[in-house]
Write a protein that binds this ligand. Structure first.
Ligand SMILES: Cc1cc2nc3c(=O)[nH]c(=O)nc-3n(C[C@H](O)[C@H](O)[C@H](O)COP(=O)(O)OP(=O)(O)OC[C@H]3O[C@@H](n4cnc5c(N)ncnc54)[C@H](O)[C@@H]3O)c2cc1C
Length: 321
């Protein structure tokens, strides 16, 4: 199968669905390609309390509403289809995909591509991590910190994200422990200083979380001392894991500019360094990764892409191409 589109969007999370809404509402032939189900990280989010206009909504419900809204304007959404490669050829993009269910390979051509493939928080890979995800285990302090008001929180990690988010979580937790495998952090000195001066924070050095336990919800973690090999249980209600975040850019053959974490660098129009390739949401290099700014980025990206297409068509008609 080979099809051509004006706008091709990779990923059907909040950013992709918003870009799809704006693209199809601008009467552009628009397709969203999603390797799994529609919703992105919303599907892994039990409750959302910080998306304006929704005081409390389940992630799955918000995903359904966003999908319905985007489809209303005619966007095509192809699920269970993974984008394997994107490359620019003769002023268009060639996007190769594989259907996850049938194994069928497809080729799409598109004038513009908006990368909204998000990223994946690195996991500890310990027993209990998946079982208690959303029930005590979290990868996002801004999203879930407020659910742990007055409770004991344990942060895992030693880089900038872990130390910064541990500081932030002391607004909520009665006590915030930071478990790190070594006896010093990799985080910037200023962040470390803030944490060490914070009376609610306490470091647990040279230790690793081996298991997360509880009864319906997390109530303790098993810690191993990396020096003495001693194993003990540490009571806690929240476990926040910040050991890395990998943006999903593996399919981009043209290697657009990215930051040291691999996130795509864009200008204020959400244009990457590759002409016609835009990026929005968690995949983009930026300070905050929330639903609100993912949909904001995507709005800009889709409208800027529409202007790019209009300009390109104008130039082509002027030159008689
Ligand atoms: C556990 C958790 C809880 C959170 N809670 C909140 C909250 O309460 N409030 C809040 O504002 N934010 C929250 N966030 C953050 C929020 O979910 C993200 O900022 C937001 O989902 C980003 O949207 P996105 O569209 O950029 O990426 P995503 O939601 O990650 O969507 C990306 C999509 O791209 C697809 N994809 C990836 N690679 C490919 C490929 N090669 N081909 C096709 N498709 C591909 C993925 O399957 C996915 O569906 C939370 C995040 C997590 C992990």
């Amino acid at each position: 199968m080979e099809e051509s589109y004006e706008m091709l969007i990779i990923g059907a999370g909040p950013a992709g669905l918003t870009a799809g809404l704006y693209g199809s509402r601008s009467n552009l032939k628009t397709v969203i390609i999603e390797k799994g189900l529609v919703g992105g990280e919303l599907l892994n989010t039990e409750a959302i309390e910080d998306y304006t206009g929704f005081e409390h909504i389940k992630g799955v419900e918000l995903a359904e509403l966003m999908e319905r809204h985007a489809r209303k304007f005619g966007v095509e959404i192809n699920t269970y289809e993974e984008v394997k490669s994107v490359r620019r050829a003769d002023g268009m993009f060639e996007v190769k995909t594989v259907n996850e269910l049938s194994g069928e390979e497809n080729l799409y051509r598109a004038i513009t591509v908006i990368a909204t493939a998000g990223g994946t928080p690195s996991k500890l890979g310990v027993v209990g991590e998946d079982e208690f995800a959303g029930r005590g285990v979290s990868y996002c302090a801004v999203c879930d910190g407020a659910f742990f008001n007055g409770q004991v929180i344990t942060v895992v990690g030693g880089g900038d994200a872990a130390v910064e988010e541990a500081n932030y979580l002391t607004r909520f937790g009665s006590r915030v422990y930071v478990v790190h495998r070594r006896d010093e952090f990799r985080a910037q000195k200023i962040l470390q200083d803030q944490l060490s001066q914070n009376p609610k924070a306490e470091m647990i050095w040279n230790s690793a979380v081996e298991e997360i336990k509880g009864n319906g919800e997390v109530d303790r973690v098993v810690l191993r001392d990396m020096k003495t090999d001693e194993v003990r249980e540490h009571p806690t209600q929240g476990v926040f894991i910040f050991i890395g975040f990998k943006p999903n850019t593996y399919f981009l053959d043209d290697h657009p500019a990215h930051d040291e974490g691999g996130h795509l660098i864009t200008n204020e129009r959400m244009e990457t360094s590759v002409p016609g390739l835009f990026a929005a949401g968690d995949i983009r290099s930026q300070m905050v990764r929330q639903i609100t700014n993912a949909v904001g980025d995507a709005t800009v990206a889709a409208l800027a892409a529409e202007k790019y297409i209009t300009h390109l068509k104008h130039v082509q008609s002027e030159s008689g191409a």
